[in-house]
Structures are given as C-alpha cells and as structure tokens.
Design a protein around this ligand. Sequence first.
Ligand code: PMM
Length: 299
Amino acid sequence: MTTWSLRGLPEQPRCLVMGVVNVTPDSFSDGGRWFDPAAAIRHGLDLVAEGADIVDVGGESTRPGAARVPLEEEIRRVEPVIRALVAEGVTVSVDTMRAEVAEIAVEAGAALVNDVSGGLADPEMPRVVAATGVPYVVMHWRGHSHDMDSRAVYTDVVTEVREELTKRVDAVLAEGVSEDQIILDPGLGFAKRPEHNWSLLRHLDRLAELGYPLLVGASRKRFLTRLLAAPDGTPRPFEECDAATVAVTALAAFHGAWAVRVHDVRPNADAVRVAQAWSTGGTALVHGRADAPRSRGGQ
Ligand code: PMM
C-alpha cells in the first residue's frame, strides 16, 4: 500500500477517511442537518472522534439539479466552521469551486482545497491554489449540477475520464500548481450514470496509473440507492445506503485509494483498517497492534 506524503495532511499506511460536513440547507443526503454553524462544528468534532482523518467542509450543495449559492453566502457558511475546527486541531478541507472561498478557507487554516470542478468552474482557482501551496483535489466534472445528468454520455467512460483528468492536470500545472499538490477524483455521480460509476470503480487502477493519489466519493450516492432498490424499482433512501458505502470503502481502500469521502465515518474508518490488515497480512497495523493481547470476543 502506498503511503502518500502531502503537505499538511495526515500520513498513514492506509486509506484516509474524509468526513463530510455540509453546511447547506439542501445537500445530497444530509441537507439541513448541519446548516447551523454550531451544529456543523459539533458534527465535525464528532466525525474526528469517530475516526475521520480530514473533515471536508462545504457550503454549496452539488446535488443533481442544485442551483448555485451566492459567493458571500458560501463564505458566511464555511468560514466560521473552518476556523473553529482548525482551532480544535482538526485537519480541514474546503469543498468549493470558487477561488475566493478557497483563499479565505486556507487563510482560516484549511489544509486542502477540494474542487469538484477540477478548476473548470472558476478560472482563478488553479492560480490561487498554486499560491497557497496546499494540496488540491482535481475531480472529474463536466458541468454544473443543474444539467450535469445530460452530460453523462460516454463511449468508454474509463478512457474518457482518464483523458479529461489528464487535461485538467496539464491545465492546473500550467497555472503553477505543482505535481505534489494534486489529488485526483473520478467524480462518482457527477455527469455519470450508475454503470459509469461502477466501471470507474472497477478500473480504479487505470486512474491510479496517472501517478497521483486518488480520492473516492461514493457515500450515499444515487448509484447505491439504485443498486439497493426495492423489487418494484423504488430506490433505497440515501440514509439506508451506509452499509453499501462501507463495502465500497473496503474495496476502494484495498485497491489503493488514498482517501474516501464519507458521511458516516465510524464504520468506514473500520473498513479502511480491515483493508489495510487484509492487504498487509496484519504486519503494519497502526491502531490495534498485530501483537496485542487477544481481546474477549472470540477468535
Ligand atoms: N461528492 C459530493 C461533494 N463533494 N468532493 C469530492 N472530491 N468527491 C466527491 O465525490 C464529492 C465531493 C456530493 O456529495 P454530498 O452532497 O452528499 O456531500
């Protein structure tokens, strides 16, 4: 298992867990629950207690069909939450497509810029990220949420996502971002139908060949609600898809993902440890030493 070294981010010989705090009234799966700043801060701290290595704070929903949030409102939502979590020693990432928000967030202590548009939504973003020097998630993206489903057209999704990510990497490098800042993300659910998401997960190795750490965000996405649909085709509610998310986490971690972005942290933190133990034969355990006395509870 590769241990990636990214400035300001935790280093572990296992897949990292990024917990999600959506400071939004209308997010994909947890809309409204953490809209109040105090609730968002408490939730971020709870996620760390449950095993999150990084807490991803976002102020703009990217759920399919979502409209954009004004810049000032996005800043108002995320800045106090980032400042408070950083003050508590939390490693925070900011989930934003806007350079101005990224700049303010890094100034407030964010250690990572997570841009679902990979620098396409705001042409200033790569320059700002380059100036801050913090790691930068370049996600595969084809357009804003209001019409992204109409862009989910591929003949060979893995090859096309690989090519489009490569173009984005070249573009951000040309703006001064350095190679050791870049993290790639296939962008599950963003201009992707369920079969596209599954192909990308099946071929994570082809994205890993690009030579950058990979972040995978499958948590509570529509393709899981469809996979687990009732016999009459009714999709399973988002919040009842967490076990499927954990299964994706175990497999993604086993296949070398650098990190997973998840809502329900604790079982996913368990899953990445299972994947680590499985792939190393238990020789490099970080928590729970391989030679620790056996606990009660069987073999
Ligand atoms: N998905 C969402 C938001 N931000 N960031 C990255 N890097 N990758 C993702 O897959 C991703 C993301 C949408 O999920 P949510 O609204 O349920 O948090």
